[in-house]
Design a protein around this ligand. Structure first.
Ligand code: IMP
Length: 489
């Protein structure tokens, strides 16, 4: 199979490597999640033999429209609709067995079988009922997704609590189902008793435990006990695409504490959580989006409306106020013309559908932060970037900004200058329409040059609409900063 590589990069596989061996590329989000990674993977998938997850669990989420209907996937890698591709879930992931089984059943109902295609590391951490209950109870401070991921990873590090082993792995459940379920029940019951028996989730968690033996039987077919499974495949020539969940700025150590997810999201972790030697790394692919968003709490330097927006979205998610309510209350076209950035942010959320895939929460909205992107790209040596939602930037032309506001380091190639906001003029709907039809006019080329100069990396593609066909490859375009002989990053 030939590689569909849209990533113009100087990074090539080591010339001394065995020519018959494969390689791995790592694709990560460069902002706060929800950059549209799945769409890019869908486009790149024909060039890979294995699509692999290495971190996170059901806290991730992407909705895919298929001829058979819409499906929301949380734990399965994005390549499910490419039958040639094997799917791997590495030991760095936290598996919610109930939700995973549900995804597999939904796919089966669509006529897609994963038998023989999906392998899940026996060492992946197992989300347990007490993890879900703990996360829901404590989700408010950080704004977690309530999937139990944080407590699950915490127990993995804790290993034993009150003399009971709590770092259970998928292999434990499938290897010794009765004992593992009994152990989960004991830990959950102990937690409830310590709280005076008043948990609102007792019935729900008991049901989960009751259903677990059936689920274990179903998942057994996909269990991979061999931690060298991916290595064997790559040695035999397989090309792997690692799919990062969440995004680099939410990394458990590297992100802004404590407003982060609980796993490592940085590209280097792909080789730990994905069970492959880093010797097979070829290139790092970043995905960003032009209308930025963040869910949950935490710093967001380019947020439209700043702290007011953060507070509004927090309260909205608590009172379960979502897209429908906002659409019935506000006119986005009126808000867009307001001189208040908070209103412009609300309008952009409504016009560009920025609501949580899993939770329906309104996402906080920010202007494109090229200064932040440049820092992330430098830190993680990202080779190329796909920029999604570029078409959505044209909404700004009807706002009081009269152009696209972007956060930049004023002199893009000088390290120690403070970020600033400037208005980029001249990106029109006409340019976007032409781009979708395959022609990059001078305005679009100018915008691409501008972005590349400020982030210090080539753009590999532009998302000019939600459909797969609206992803425009820039593979044949000579990146301006390379052409000008300017240093990368
Ligand atoms: P957790 O991952 O559920 O523990 O949530 C921790 C933080 O990461 C919260 O701010 C979440 O909103 C955020 N987060 C987790 N998963 C995603 C994702 O897939 N997209 C965007 N944000 C996420």
């Amino acid at each position: 199979m030939t590689t569909v590589s849209f990533c113009p990069s100087s990074a090539t596989p080591d010339s001394t490597a065995n020519a018959a061996e494969g390689f791995a590329d790592v694709l990560v989000g460069l902002q706060y999640g929800d950059e549209g990674k799945a769409k890019i993977i869908d486009t790149l998938a024909p060039g890979y033999d294995v699509i692999a997850r290495f971190n996170g669990g059901a806290n991730a989420g992407h909705t895919i429209d298929t001829p058979q209907g819409r499906i929301a996937l949380k734990q399965l890698p994005s390549g499910v609709f490419h039958p040639h591709a094997a799917l791997y879930i590495g030991s760095g992931c936290a598996i919610n067995p109930w939700k995973l089984a549900d995804e597999i059943v939904q796919l089966r109902q669509m006529g897609i079988s994963l038998e023989g295609r999906l392998r899940i590391s026996a060492r992946a951490a197992l989300v347990q009922p007490h993890h879900i209950a703990m996360d829901r109870r404590g989700s408010d401070t950080i704004g977690t997704t309530g999937n139990g991921i944080g407590p699950c990873y915490a127990d993995r590090a804790l290993r034993v609590r009150n003399d009971t082993r709590v770092n259970l792995m998928l292999g434990d459940l499938l290897g010794n189902e009765a004992e593992t379920v009994a152990s989960m029940r004991e830990v959950f019951t102990r937690m409830i008793n310590a709280e005076g028996g008043a948990s609102p989730w007792v019935a729900e968690m008991s049901d989960l435990l009751l259903g677990l033996p059936d689920i274990a039987r179903m998942l057994r077919a996909y269990l991979e006990p061999d931690r060298g499974w991916l290595t064997h495949r790559v040695k035999a020539g397989a090309k792997v695409l690692f799919e990062g969940a969440q995004s680099v700025l939410l990394d458990v150590v590297d992100g802004s504490q404590p407003y982060v997810t609980s796993s490592h999201t940085v590209p280097a972790y792909a080789y730990v959580g994905g069970d492959l030697s880093p010797k097979y790394h070829r290139r790092t692919i970043g995905v960003a989006k032009a209308i930025m968003s963040r869910v949950g709490r935490g710093p967001f330097p380019s947020e439209l409306g700043g702290e007011r927006s953060a507070q509004y979205c927090h309260e909205a998610s608590q009172s379960k106020l979502g897209e429908r309510e906002e659409q019935s209350r506000f006119s986005p076209h009126t808000l867009l013309r307001s001189s208040d950035p908070f209103d412009v942010g609300t309008a952009l959320r409504m016009l560009t559908g920025e609501y949580g895939t899993g939770t329906g929460r309104p996402r906080r909205i920010g202007m494109l932060d090229l200064a932040q992107l440049r820092d992330v790209i430098r830190t993680h040596a990202v080779d190329c970037v796909y920029l999604n939602k570029v078409d959505c930037l044209t909404h700004y032309t009807r706002s009081t900004y009269q152009g696209v506001p972007v956060r930049v380091h004023r002199e893009a190639l000088t390290a120690d200058v403070m970020p600033d906001v400037l208005i980029y003029p001249g990106l029109t709907e006409h340019s976007v329409d032409l781009g979708r039809a395959g022609t990059l006019d001078s305005a679009m080329n100018g915008f691409i040059d501008f972005v590349e100069r400020h982030i210090g990396a080539p753009l590999a593609g532009l998302g000019l609409g939600p459909e797969r066909a609206s992803l425009v490859s820039l593979a044949n375009r000579q990146p301006a900063l390379v052409a000008a002989g300017l240093p990368h990053g």
